[in-house]
Design a protein around this ligand. Structure first.
Ligand code: ZN
Length: 86
């Protein structure tokens, strides 16, 4: 039996979190199972670090489910390729 890691709880049981925009200090609402959220005021994109456990955890697929795993890995790959392009 795999014990549940703290990161997976955030993915399986989404909750709304408020982050402060680093650019304009506006509150940004981010759901814990979304990989990113955009500031409604200035458009700055913040990333959700909670999802990073899926990237390295060997039990991630069983932990969060195949569909969520595939979606998160795709988003991480897109994030890395867009970061590399800059
Ligand atoms: Zn902002």
């Amino acid at each position: 039996m795999v014990s549940q890691c703290p990161g997976a709880v955030n993915i399986r049981m989404p909750r709304l979190e408020i982050r402060e925009c680093p650019r304009c200090k506006e509150d940004i609402e981010i759901v814990s199972n979304e990989s990113s959220a955009k500031c409604s005021k200035c458009g700055f994109v913040i990333y959700n670090d909670l999802l990073s456990c899926v990237e390295w955890c060997e039990y991630a697929k069983e932990c969060v489910g195949d569909r969520t795993y595939d979606r998160v890995m795709k988003e991480i790959a897109e994030r890395q390729s867009s970061a590399a392009a800059q």
